[in-house]
Design a protein around this ligand. Structure first.
Ligand code: ADP
Ligand code: MG
Length: 916
């Protein structure tokens, strides 16, 4: 629950007071009553869930939200059998005019009060109709990513549980709002991409118990200080995938509620039952991130993370509204009675505060109001159904129920769309894609390498085979040649021999016609020679043929070699080509990796821009002057980032264009937005040491302190305290702050602050002041130490670290003063009751807290005047621990030295038999 964000201009609801004495409506002089309320079911935003990312970004950061009033319906229960009998002679105490949306509450027989509601549901209204007018718009808005709340308020027995929780198992038409809401949600979501989770709880005597696991009780509420989201990390959350499991779960919860209340000896009407349904929907970019996912030429086309819309539906079956008897006659002590009613009365107070637009809404007063912080009167859409009975006997309770409903109608809600980008999902998908590409690339590279190896081996084999057969052929050829040469030589020798022989016998041959005796004498050698020649000729012919064949063979081998050589060249070409392909592939891989790097860059850029947009929307536009300041501020920041000496120039520019005086004068502006803006500018300037003197001289410190007093806006408090903390780093300014009662102002701010950041700033400022030797007494006198200790109620570690720092600073100054003899007696920290907290946190797991406290303890321990308190307060044990275990050697040594130089500590350690 939160204070409504807007001024009166946001109001679109109507003010409707009770119209006394049954006068006609037109007589009523309040002009606001003439404004007709919007139809119950059609108001508020039904946003389109499609639309571009850009448009959705706007929606996601739409800080202004959408206004909408809490819608209130009144439902009358039919007379029960018992009432039929007992009240038979009496008329109902109420009369409904549903067509006019009016209810008349009888005062007596002749007089009645008239009230208008957003919806008036008679005793005949069906459960379906009740669901449609009361709950459906809220459920739709939850499906669109808003928070929504449906509550039933009324006296016990008037039908709250019937309206909300009826399971309708015997009569399906009797199904209540919870069951119907889940039916609608299940019908609208897609279970592949969306999720529905449910918790079911009971709140009794300010303790939250899990109805799904009753042993789990005293569950604590967590609030996100940044978003204001409320959660119950200790509660069971069950994912719902179908209607049947949800009904089972409701039945289980109901049985546990009954059993738990019986055990506690409590009536179930005194407890609140709370059903929480978390709906997460992925609305955009589901399929957008990558295309061509399984191809090796996959490449990234867009970088659009899915948007997750988160809506939370809270259905609250409130405890009975009848006043509890505080005398304890119902068997409760007074304390119990107070506690039982606490949450309901806190809800009433918050509704009153919200209805009156009061600045302070006491949300923190009860568990129920804390739980509903983000669901009612804040950033959610809310419907309230007030249930009443007809019996005149309960007229008083009925009247107060109606008044409650009337007040709730004035509560303004500011709806906030809850969307966030699914960067994680996108990053996961990119990673998966990258891994796929890497694996694919590796596979390809391996197969190319294998192919090249194979071809190379083949080519080598062929070449060596060709070489072998070429060598064989060459050998053959040489053999033939040798053989041939030998044969020729032989023939020549024979020829010479023959010629020599023939030379002697030539004469008779020449004398052909000589005597036949002679002829017959020479005939026989001649014939043999001729035969021999013929034989030789034949041999020669044969040799020639052989030679020819050999030559042919050599030729064919030559051509074979040539052919192999050709094929070798072509194989080499192939290898070259494959090499090129491989290189191409490597280049492609590099390109993809570069693309991925760019995409990662873009992702960062987009997140950064989204942050910036968020911040810009946070600041909003506040007109010309603030716009100028804004741009100047960003220039200042920008230049400071860019160059160290740009600082002077940019401040000069700021002074030149707007002037510090003008900026400071805006701190007193009537316009709250402008004021916030101005204080942010001053805080930014004050963060720079060089500007601090100028700001103080121009009266900025005084203005900032005044803001703590005059403003009620927590943002202003936070930023102003931050600026003061920065200014408080300098001794002169510290004195100025003290002179202007800064401590009381800071302590007051801390006492009223809820935001841990405000507390951190205030604690930081006081911690700085604690380090000034001259201001010790005054600081303590004005309640500085108490103020500091008061802030430990906020458990935020950053706040605690500042508190610890302040204490350490103070202890150090004090220790110095004691040593110099300007201070006597025990420490003011001990006087003001800081010791228990110091001891408790001396071993805090957060190291900044622990370090400061360890130092503070060492300082305190250096003076005997503190020893007694430290021993009785348990600080001695901590000092012993520090001297043994502290990870920082200097602190360890300091603790050791301190312990061994104190006779009181040494005596106590001896007494306790601490071996030291
Ligand atoms: P509550 O939760 O406010 O204490 P219940 O829902 O338990 O009240 O209602 C009391 C009784 O009245 C129950 O028996 C319920 O069935 C009955 N009842 C309540 N409202 C209606 C209705 N509109 N029509 C019929 N019966 C109703
Ligand atoms: Mg009930």
């Amino acid at each position: 629950m939160a204070a409504s964000g807007g001024g009166s201009s946001y109001r679109n609801g109507t003010y409707r007071g009770s119209l006394k004495g049954d006068r006609p409506l037109s007589v009523n002089s309040n002009p606001k009553t003439s404004v007709k309320p919007k139809p119950f079911s059609s108001s508020g935003p039904r946003r389109s869930s499609t639309g571009s990312i850009g448009a959705s970004t706007g929606a996601a950061c739409d800080d202004a939200g959408v206004p909408g009033r809490v819608r209130v319906a009144v439902r009358l229960r039919p007379r029960s059998a018992e009432e039929m009998m007992a009240d038979a002679d009496f008329a109902d105490c109420v009369e409904l005019q549903p067509e006019l949306k009016r209810l008349k509450l009888r005062r007596n027989n002749w007089d009645s009060d008239t009230y208008e509601f957003d919806e008036v549901l008679t005793e005949f209204a069906s459960q379906k109709r009740v669901y449609e007018v009361v709950a459906k718009p809220v459920v739709e808005s939850v499906l669109d990513g808003y928070n929504g709340t449906i509550m039933a308020y009324g006296q016990t027995g008037t039908g709250k549980t019937y309206t909300l929780g009826c399971l309708g198992e015997e009569d399906t038409a009797a199904r209540g709002i919870m069951v119907r809401a889940m039916e609608d949600i299940l019908a609208d979501v897609s279970l592949e991409t969306d999720s529905i989770c449910v918790s079911y709880l009971q709140l009794y005597m300010e303790s939250i118990q899990d109805l799904l696991d009753p042993a789990n009780d005293n569950i604590s509420i967590m609030e996100d200080p940044k978003t204001g989201d409320v959660s119950l990390p200790g509660a069971n959350i069950v994912e719902i995938r179908n209607q049947q499991s949800f009904v089972e779960l409701l039945r289980l919860g109901e049985s546990h509620r009954f059993a738990a209340n019986t055990k506690l000896n409590a009536e179930s009407s005194r407890s609140h039952a709370i059903l929480m349904v978390h709906v997460e929907r992925s609305v955009k970019g589901k399929h957008s991130a990558l295309s061509g996912e399984n191809g090796n030429n996959a490449h990234i086309t867009t970088l659009k993370p899915a948007i997750i819309r988160k809506g939370k539906l809270v259905v609250v079956d409130l405890a009975g509204s009848e006043r509890i008897d505080k005398s304890g006659s119902e068997g409760h002590t007074l304390e119990e009675a107070k506690s039982i009613n606490l949450s309901l009365s806190a809800l009433g107070k918050c509704i009153n505060a919200l209805a009156e637009n009061s600045v302070h809404v006491p949300v923190r007063d009860s568990k129920l109001t804390r739980l509903l912080r983000d669901s009612f009167g804040g950033t959610a859409r809310t419907s309230l159904v007030v249930t009443i009975g007809p019996s005149p006997r309960h007229r008083g309770e009925t009247a107060s129920t109606i008044t409650f409903g009337q007040r709730a109608m004035k509560v303004e809600n500011m709806l906030k769309l809850k969307e966030e980008f699914d960067y994680k999902g996108l990053s996961r998908r990119l990673d998966v894609q990258l891994d796929k590409l890497i694996a694919e690339h590796e596979r390809q590279q391996k197969s190319f390498e294998d192919e090249i190896k194979r071809i190379t081996t083949e080519a080598k084999n062929s070449i060596s085979e060709v070489e072998r057969s070429y060598a064989d052929a060459l050998e053959d050829r040489l053999k033939y040649q040798k053989h041939y040469m030998e044969s020729i030589k032989k023939l020549e020798e024979q020829l010479v021999n023959n010629q020599q022989k023939n030379g002697i016998e030539k004469v008779p041959v020449g004398l052909e016609d000589g005597g036949s005796a002679l002829t017959s004498n020479i005939e026989s050698p001649m014939i043999s020679t001729i035969k021999e020649v013929a034989e030789l000729k034949k041999l020669l012919q044969k040799e020639s043929l052989l030679r020819k064949a050999a030559e042919e063979e050599v030729n064919s081998l030559k051509s074979q070699v040539a052919q192999w050589k050709r094929s070798e060249t072509s194989e080499n070409l192939k290898i070259l080509k494959l090499r090129e392909m491989l290189e191409d592939e490597a280049r492609q891989k590099e390109k993809l990796e570069a693309e991925i790097a760019i995409l990662h860059g873009q992702l960062l850029q987009i997140s950064f821009e989204a942050d910036e947009t968020g911040r810009r929307l946070d600041r909003g536009g506040f007109g010309k002057v603030s716009g100028d300041l804004d741009s100047l501020l960003s220039q200042v920041k920008h230049q400071q980032q860019e160059s160290g000496n740009g600082e002077k120039a940019s401040i000069a520019k700021l002074f030149e264009q707007v002037g510090l005086q003008k900026i400071l004068s805006l701190l007193e502006s009537e316009d709250a937005d402008l004021q916030i803006h101005a204080v942010k500018v001053v805080a930014n300037l004050a963060a720079e040491e060089t500007n601090q003197e100028k700001i103080v001289e121009a009266g900025g410190l005084t203005s900032l302190l005044m803001l703590l007093r005059s403003s009620e806006n927590e943002t202003i408090h936070r930023v102003a305290a931050g600026a003061i903390a920065n200014l408080a780093m300098n001794e002169t300014n510290q004195e100025l702050i003290m002179d202007q009662r800064g401590i009381s102002l800071l302590s007051m701010t801390a006492a009223n602050a809820e935001d841990p950041q405000t507390l951190r700033m205030v604690a930081g400022a006081i911690a700085n002041l604690c380090g000034n030797d001259k201001l010790q007494m005054k600081l303590r006198g004005e309640g500085g130490i108490k103020g500091l200790l008061g802030m430990v109620r906020c458990r935020n570690p950053d706040v605690l670290a500042q508190v610890a720092r302040g204490i350490a600073n103070f202890a150090k100054c004090e220790s110095r003063a004691s040593t110099q003899g300007t201070k006597t007696g025990r420490s003011l920290l001990i006087e003001d009751g800081a010791l228990p907290w110091i001891v408790q946190n001396a071993n805090n797991e957060a190291s900044p807290i622990r370090r400061h406290i360890e130092l503070a303890l060492c300082h305190l321990a250096q003076h005997e005047a503190n020893a007694k308190d430290m021993i009785s307060g348990g600080a001695l044990w901590e000092l012993v621990r520090i001297s043994r275990d502290c990870s920082r050697e200097d602190i360890r040594t300091l603790a050791h030295r301190t312990l061994t130089s104190s006779s009181a500590f040494l005596a106590e350690m001896r007494r306790l038999r601490i071996d030291y």
